[in-house]
Ligand binder design. Sequence first.
Ligand SMILES: [Zn+2]
Length: 291
Amino acid sequence: MKKYYFLLLFTCITLAVAAQTGPARIIMIGAHPDDCDQDGGGTAILLAKMGHAVKFVSVTNGDAGHQSMGGGMLAKRRIAEAQEAGKRFGVTYDVLDNHDGELLPTLEVRLQIIRKIREWNADVVIAPRPNDYHPDHRYTGVLVQDAAYMVAVPNVAADTPPLKKNPVFLYFQDFFQRPNPFRADIAVDISSVFDQKIHAMDAHESQMYEWLPWIGGYLDQVPNDKTQREQWLASIRAIKISPEVRSSLEKWYGKDHAAQVKHAEVFEVCEYGTRPSEADIRQLFPMLVKK
Ligand SMILES: [Zn+2]
């Protein structure tokens, strides 16, 4: 009974905040149908639970990501996996029909991305940085940067109304050092939803239990049992919190809370698009509360 009351109270508060400011609209853009999941999935779950609208977009259809299947059959399988993952995350998941492993920063794909950001009426856009080992990730970063001003220009992709306000653009975390290392500007505590994130990622069976273990040389470590698989996935997908990320958590949540955080997702603010103040970031990511 008590639990129900608190749930009701929480829902009322969430709705009141949403009514006051309108729900935030976040679009995460990755190269493959599992990229947003790893880099922003926990944050997406938290935002969706608070009543905000989150969309994942995969710029390619994933049709190269397997050791024994490919082409249209694989693309279909990966689209179905992405739809199931989207349900588990509480987000909508779009997969664009560009070939995996062959993505180039062309005008055609740039226009596809401009339209996606506009159609979602995005307040926040999150994408990879344009330096990465994988060319699809790298060019997704370039493509989103190339869209970061054009989303507001009416004569570009004129069939889709331009955004009235340029969104905030953020980068997903990576570990590349050149030309400059990632900066942990925003840190989100995802400890409370880490298990749900892993359960959602488990929907990408062709990747989590087949392709990535095969290309990584650890296929023999994948358990057969479904429950054991998720536990194993959690163990290999947990990212150790670095001192830099811990100090970002302290900034956003306060020292005591930051010390307790087991899992976090981190974002860097892009120089393009709207440059958010600390207050803007706290409004767009309402889970960031100093305690
Ligand atoms: Zn990828």
